[in-house]
Design a protein around this ligand. Structure first.
Ligand code: B16
Ligand code: MG
Length: 211
């Protein structure tokens, strides 16, 4: 493999619980029930599509102004809750994998649905490892569309067949497969069957076997 492309949330760090609490607050303000079970549907899904799914769950329609206001309030609450994020919050095996890949000359990228990806990477102090970061600001069609990863491969000048994608969400594995990448599922047993390779966490990944 010539490059590794990483999803951010659920692979390098986990702020999914912060997203969950922020969406739950938003759903409750609309009188919609929202538990961890419903939250599973939002993993890896863009902010706009997440709110659409919550409205669908509650069979609700709201005005465009209210929609925009809810998106802002959800994001403000979420950002507030991750102010203390730092390198100790990296998921197991991440730093080791990044260092080993760098030593072997494997190119590294991030392909995230989050519009906060650069902010989070800076907090984690790992931004400099990546030659390319494609986030929710640079993509028209969110996961499960492969655009985010295709843009990453293109920016690195590589064909998807020589790039590996690391993902924790069903939408992300679908995006990777649709783009022609090798899809590595991480830390989410629900995606075991869809992924080409499945790992409980990144400590189990052997860079030398895929270099
Ligand atoms: P934001 P990923 C995704 O990140 C999260 O998994 C998902 O829960 C979130 O709704 C989405 O980013 C959008 O995030 O509101 O920060 O733009 O897993 O694709 O790195
Ligand atoms: Mg994810």
């Amino acid at each position: 493999m010539k490059a590794f492309l990483f999803d951010l949330d659920g692979v390098l760090v986990s702020t999914e619980h912060n997203h969950f609490l922020a969406w739950q607050r938003c759903a409750h303000s609309l009188g919609i029930e929202f538990t961890e079970k419903e939250n599973e549907l939002l993993k890896g899904v863009s902010r706009v599509d997440s709110l659409k799914k919550i409205l669908e769950l509650g069979s609700k329609t709201i005005s465009d102004t209210e929609f925009e206001a809810l998106l802002k309030s959800k994001n403000d609450f979420y950002l507030d809750s991750i102010q203390e994020l730092n390198q100790s919050n990296l998921l197991p095996g991440v730093l080791d994998l990044l260092n080993q890949a760098k030593e072997r000359g494997i190119l590294l990228g991030v392909g995230s649905s989050s519009k906060n990806a650069n902010f989070i990477l800076d907090k984690l102090r790992i931004r400099s490892y990546f030659q390319v970061v494609i986030d929710g600001n640079g993509v028209q069609d969110p996961k499960p569309h492969p655009e985010v990863f295709l843009n990453g491969a293109k920016a690195l000048g590589l064909d998807p067949s020589v790039c590996m994608v690391f993902e924790d969400a069903a939408s992300g594995i679908a995006a990777a497969k649709a783009g022609g990448f090798t899809a590595v599922g991480v830390g989410n047993p629900n995606i075991k069957d869809q992924a080409d390779i499945y790992l409980n966490d990144l400590t189990a990944f052997r860079v030398e076997q895929h270099a």
